[in-house]
Design a binder for this molecule. Structure first.
Ligand code: CTP
Ligand code: MN
Ligand code: MN
Length: 465
């Protein structure tokens, strides 16, 4: 009986359908679409009938006729990206509204004037990230950094900005950023951002750079050749993928998906066991986003070193062999050390560090993860592929390497800027140098670095912005 009953509420019977046609349309300029997600099907059906009985037009499908999209999802989590994927001709013409607009309109018996409090807002820092990314694709590095910095500042606030006044006195917000915030406060969205997101080149570059081993330069090259999809790239005989990119495509479905904390923890156990099987007193530290307490990441990062200087030599190659023997190494790019203490201090901070390292793709089995793996729908495999970075600094460089690899990228970048501008000190993943005293400062722990810089210690979980 149940399925029938369910169907009866989900699909209007012919009788109901004809009744609907007879309902008088009072407000021709408005076409409502109710988003089912979070609202649920039965509530959506109820609200649809209610609105129609009051003379509103409600579309069952999201067509270009829709003027008012109403959702129950106040946090806008996923709503905007879902909307963008619906292929509307001009998303900027649609009002995206909270259920409060609908409720008030039902109460008044007419579509009430849309006010800014009705808008479901995009998150301001997400909008800024899009602008930063687009600047990066356009090789405008200065603007890209400015947007990233502004996004970081907004992310670090305890709550969302609700008025322009609230941004006063905040550092690093330029006029472009202010304009974006103002637009989002007024309309719930930023039209420049939406324009970028609809741009063909932006979409292609974003897609291509989501592949492991594909940077903006390669992506641009493919775009210029007229390629727009993975299929077109893989079918283009003139394109020679390198080993990293081949692995990137081969494991794309797995490694483009986020890694959970539980999955990172499981990997930590595997790496720890492997490292300690080879050298019981080796030191292993989880770094990257997971050390900063993030729930999800794009990979899992580790630092490996030894208590005595020099014993780290050869360790990483052993670890790689051992992972290979366990049959869980899907991809490995090893880079030997190019570290040379006589070349310090370096002024080129954005460059890769010189430590021995490897970029891996590792197989993680279902039963190794507490609570199981995060799965793709319809996937019955008992494992997934995960990106892992292992870096091996000599122990006397451990603290600076740990700080650098813990990130976030923006936090470390700004700390370096502060050191240079305010303290006349240079530091990177290898060393901390005092330009006034013309000497290197010794650092055994991260705390030492903060002490030298004359700053209070900042816990890893406070380094996200
Ligand atoms: N890093 C670095 N040198 C590199 C690569 C990365 O110093 N050659 C630093 C980055 O600046 C970052 C940290 O190592 O602060 C971790 O890098 P990454 O894994 O890319 O970022 P996460 O912060 O871990 O973010 P995610 O969760 O997306 O992995
Ligand atoms: Mn990481
Ligand atoms: Mn990484």
């Amino acid at each position: 009986v149940l399925p029938n009953k369910y169907e009866a509420t989900a699909v209007a019977s012919p009788k109901q359908a004809s009744a609907r046609c007879q309902e008088e349309v009072k407000f021709k300029e408005v076409m409502v679409y109710l988003v089912e997600k979070k609202m649920g099907r039965s509530r959506r059906n109820f609200l649809t009938s209610l609105a129609r009985s009051k003379g509103f037009r409600v579309d069952d499908v999201l067509s270009d006729e829709v003027t008012h999209v109403v959702a129950e999802d106040n946090q806008a989590g996923g709503l905007w990206s879902w909307l963008r994927e619906q292929g509307l001709r001009d998303i900027s013409k649609v009002q995206v509204l909270d259920i409060s607009w609908f409720t008030e309109s039902m109460r008044e018996g007419r579509p009430v004037t849309v006010e800014s409090r009705h808008h479901i807002q995009v998150r301001d820092f997400d909008a800024l990230e899009v602008l930063a990314e687009s600047s990066e694709f356009n090789e405008n590095e200065g603007r890209c950094l400015a947007f990233r910095r502004a996004a970081s500042v907004l992310k670090s606030l305890p709550s969302a900005v609700r008025s322009l006044g609230a941004t006063q006195g905040l550092p690093c917000l330029g006029e472009h950023t202010e304009a974006v915030i103002e637009e989002i406060l007024q309309f719930g969205r930023c039209f420049k951002v939406e324009e970028i997101q609809c741009d063909e080149r932006y979409q292609a570059l974003k897609l291509f750079t989501s592949v492991f081993g594909v940077g903006p330069k390669t992506a641009e090259k493919w775009y210029r050749r007229g390629l727009r999809s993975f299929k077109e790239i893989l079918n283009e005989p003139a394109i020679q993928l390198n080993k990293m990119q081949r692995a990137g495509f081969l494991y794309y479905r797995d490694i483009s998906k986020t890694v959970s904390k539980a999955e990172a923890q499981a990997l930590r156990c595997i790496i720890e066991e492997t490292v300690h099987w080879i050298m019981p007193d080796a030191i292993l530290a989880l770094t990257g986003g997971f050390r900063r307490g993030k729930e999800y990441g794009h990979d899992v990062d580790f630092l490996v070193t030894t208590p005595e200087l020099g014993r780290e030599e050869g360790l990483l190659l052993h670890v790689i062999d051992r992972l290979q023997d366990q049959g869980i190494l899907l991809y490995c790019e090893h880079q030997g050390t190019t570290f040379d203490a006589t070349k310090l201090p370096s002024c080129n901070f954005e460059a890769m560090d010189h430590f021995e390292k490897c970029f891996l793709i590792v197989r993680l089995y279902e039963d190794q993860v507490e609570g199981g793996l995060q799965r793709n729908p319809g996937d019955s495999r008992a494992w997934r592929a995960i990106r892992v970075d292992l870096v091996v600094p000599p122990v006397d460089r451990y603290a600076t390497a740990l700080l650098g690899w813990t990130g976030s990228r923006q936090f470390v970048r700004d700390l370096r800027r502060f050191a240079r501008k305010e303290r006349r000190m240079l530091f990177d993943n290898h060393a901390l140098y005092d330009k006034t005293k013309k000497m290197f400062l010794s650092t055994t722990t991260e705390e030492d670095i903060f002490v030298h810089l004359g700053l209070e210690y900042v816990e890893p979980w406070q380094r996200n912005a």
